[in-house]
Design a protein around this ligand. Structure first.
Ligand SMILES: Cc1cc2nc3c(=O)[nH]c(=O)nc-3n(C[C@H](O)[C@H](O)[C@H](O)COP(=O)(O)O)c2cc1C
Length: 190
C-alpha cells in the first residue's frame, strides 16, 4: 500500500510545524510530496533559518506552478494532504475551490477524492470571512486543526508544543506516533 502524503507549506507564521511534520513523516517511512508557495518559502527561510527544501532531504518537492504534476490529478494515488502552516490567503482560495496553483489544485483533488485534508491555519484573531472559510472547508470534508497546542501534557520546551500540534495532525491521518504523551486522566507526573 502507498504511504504517500502531500504537504503544502504556505506563508503563515509557524514554519517550524512544517519542518517537524516533514521530518516526522520521512522518519516514519512515508513518501512526502512537498509544495511550497513563494511566501511559504520566504517565511520558512526567515523563521527556520534554512530553505524549505533543506528541511528534509528525502522530501520530493514540486513547483507550485507546475500544474502538469501528477499531484494535479485524482488518478495519482496519495493518502491525503496537510497544509501546514496555512495562511488566510490560501485558506480563502481553498474555500473558493480555486485550483490555479499546484498546492490549491492538490487540495481540491484531495477533497474530491474524499481523501483526508488537514488544514493547520495560523492567524490571530480571525475575522468573520476567515471563520466562514474554515466552516466551508470543514463542510467539504477538511479537518481544521488550528496551530494551538495544548498545555495539559506539560510541555517543557518549544519542541514539546510543536510536537503536540504535529502529533494531532498525525492523529487525524491515523498515523501512529509517539510525539506527545496522551491524556491519562490527570494522574501525577511520571
Ligand atoms: C513573517 C510573516 C509572517 C506571516 N504570518 C502570517 C500568519 O500567521 N497568517 C497569515 O494568514 N498570513 C501571514 N503572513 C502573510 C502571508 O504571508 C500573506 O498573506 C501571503 O500572501 C500568503 O501567501 P500564500 O498563501 O500564497 O502562502 C505573514 C507574512 C510574513 C512576512
Amino acid at each position: 500500500m502507498t504511504k504517500r502524503m502531500v504537504v503544502g507549506v504556505t506563508g503563515a507564521s509557524g514554519s517550524v510545524y512544517a519542518y517537524s511534520l516533514l521530518r516526522t513523516l520521512v522518519s516514519l517511512d512515508w513518501l512526502v510530496e512537498g509544495i511550497a508557495t513563494p511566501m511559504g518559502e520566504r517565511v520558512f527561510a526567515y523563521e527556520c533559518g534554512m530553505p524549505v527544501d533543506h528541511a528534509e532531504a528525502k522530501v520530493h518537492w514540486q513547483a507550485n506552478d507546475d500544474l502538469f504534476s501528477p499531484l494535479a490529478s485524482g488518478s495519482f494515488r496519495t493518502d491525503g494532504m496537510v497544509v501546514i502552516p496555512c495562511s488566510m490567503n490560501t485558506l480563502g482560495s481553498m474555500a473558493q475551490g480555486s485550483g490555479d496553483s499546484l498546492l490549491l489544485r492538490a487540495a481540491q483533488v484531495t477533497l474530491k477524492e474524499r481523501r483526508p485534508l488537514v488544514v493547520v491555519p495560523r492567524e490571530m484573531p480571525y475575522n468573520i470571512i476567515q471563520l466562514e472559510n474554515m466552516l466551508r472547508l470543514a463542510r467539504a470534508g477538511a479537518a481544521i486543526l488550528p496551530a494551538s497546542p495544548g498545555f495539559y501534557h506539560r510541555p517543557e520546551k518549544i519542541e514539546d508544543l510543536v510536537n503536540h500540534v504535529v502529533g494531532r495532525v498525525l492523529d487525524q491521518l491515523g498515523i501512529e506516533h509517539t510525539l506527545y504523551r496522551r491524556w491519562n486522566g490527570g494522574g501525577p507526573r511520571d
